[in-house]
Design a protein around this ligand. Structure first.
Ligand code: FE2
Ligand code: FE2
Length: 258
C-alpha cells in the first residue's frame, strides 16, 4: 500500500500561487464594486426591475468570490493585505454626456467581454485544479459566470433598443478594439511561448499564459463574433485592430472611459 502523502505536502503552494490568488481576491472585489456601481446607474435609468435585481445579485456573487478566494489565499500560506485605493473602487464617467453612454461602455467591457471570456477561462482553470480549497472557489465562480455573461448581453440588447440605440451601437463599436486589446494583453497575447506550468501550480488552479491566450482566441469565434453580429457590431474587425489600437494609445486613455 502506498503511504498517504502528508497533508502539508499536499497543500504546499508556491509564491506564484499566492500571488495569483491574492490578485483574484482583488479582482473579484473590484468586480463587486463595478457591478454595484453599474446597478446604481441602472436604477437611475429606470431599467426593468428584473435587470436591477440581477445586477444586485451579481454584486453579491462577486463579494462571495472574493471572500472564497481569500480563504484559498490563506490556505496557500498568504498573509498580505489588499492594496486597492478606495477611489479606484468606483466607476467614473464624463458628466457632460448621457448616462447611457457610460452604461454601454461598462456593459461591453466588463460583461460582454470580461464575463463572457470568464466562462471558458474558469472551465479550463477548474479542469486541472485538484486542491480542494481552490477547486471550491472555481466550482462556485464557474456556476455564477454563465448568469453574469447573460446579464451583460441582455443589458446590451436593452440599451441598443433605446431611441439612443444607434448612437450607443457606434460607441460600442468604437471602443471595442481598445477593450479587446487590453483584454488580450492581460491574457497572454505577448507570452504565447509560455506553455508550461509546474503541476503543483496547476493543481492550485493556475494555468500558463499560452492557455489563457488560446482560450481568448476561441472565445472570439464561439461567442464574440456571433453575439456582436446579432447586435450589428463587427467583432472580427475590432479584434484585427485591437493590438494596434492599444499600442498607439496613451496608457491612461485605454479602457479607462467608464
Ligand atoms: Fe467573480
Ligand atoms: Fe462575474
Amino acid at each position: 500500500m502506498i503511504a498517504a502523502m502528508p497533508r502539508a505536502a499536499k497543500l504546499a503552494a508556491s509564491q506564484a500561487v499566492r500571488d495569483e490568488w491574492l490578485r483574484r481576491v482583488e479582482q473579484e472585489y473590484r468586480s463587486a464594486a463595478t457591478t454595484h456601481h453599474l446597478t446604481l446607474w441602472l436604477i437611475q435609468l429606470a431599467v426593468s426591475p428584473d435587470l436591477i435585481r440581477a445586477g444586485l445579485r451579481i454584486a453579491g456573487d462577486e463579494i462571495k468570490h472574493s471572500e472564497l478566494s481569500h480563504h484559498t489565499y490563506l490556505a496557500a500560506g498568504g498573509q498580505a493585505g489588499l492594496a486597492m485605493t478606495r477611489e479606484s473602487l468606483a466607476l467614473r464617467r464624463p458628466e457632460e454626456e448621457p448616462l447611457e453612454h457610460a452604461v454601454t461602455r461598462t456593459t461591453v467591457r466588463v460583461f460582454c467581454l470580461g464575463e463572457t471570456v470568464a466562462v471558458p477561462l474558469f472551465k479550463s482553470l477548474r479542469d486541472g485544479c485538484t486542491v480542494p480549497a481552490a477547486r471550491k472557489v472555481l466550482d462556485r465562480v464557474l456556476r455564477d459566470e454563465v448568469r453574469h455573461r447573460e446579464f451583460g448581453w441582455t443589458l446590451l440588447d436593452w440599451l441598443l433598443r433605446l431611441p439612443l440605440g444607434p448612437a450607443l451601437r457606434v460607441i460600442a463599436a468604437h471602443e471595442l478594439p481598445a477593450y479587446f486589446g487590453r483584454l488580450r494583453l492581460s491574457y497572454g497575447a505577448m507570452a504565447k511561448n509560455l506553455t508550461a506550468i509546474d503541476p503543483a501550480d496547476r493543481a492550485w488552479g493556475l494555468m500558463p499564459p499560452a492557455e489563457y491566450a488560446a482560450t481568448v482566441e476561441r472565445t472570439l469565434e464561439r461567442d464574440w463574433i456571433p453575439r456582436f453580429r446579432t447586435h450589428g457590431i463587427d467583432a472580427k474587425r475590432a479584434w484585427d485592430m485591437s493590438l494596434d489600437v492599444v499600442a498607439g494609445a496613451p496608457p491612461a486613455q485605454v479602457g479607462q472611459r467608464t
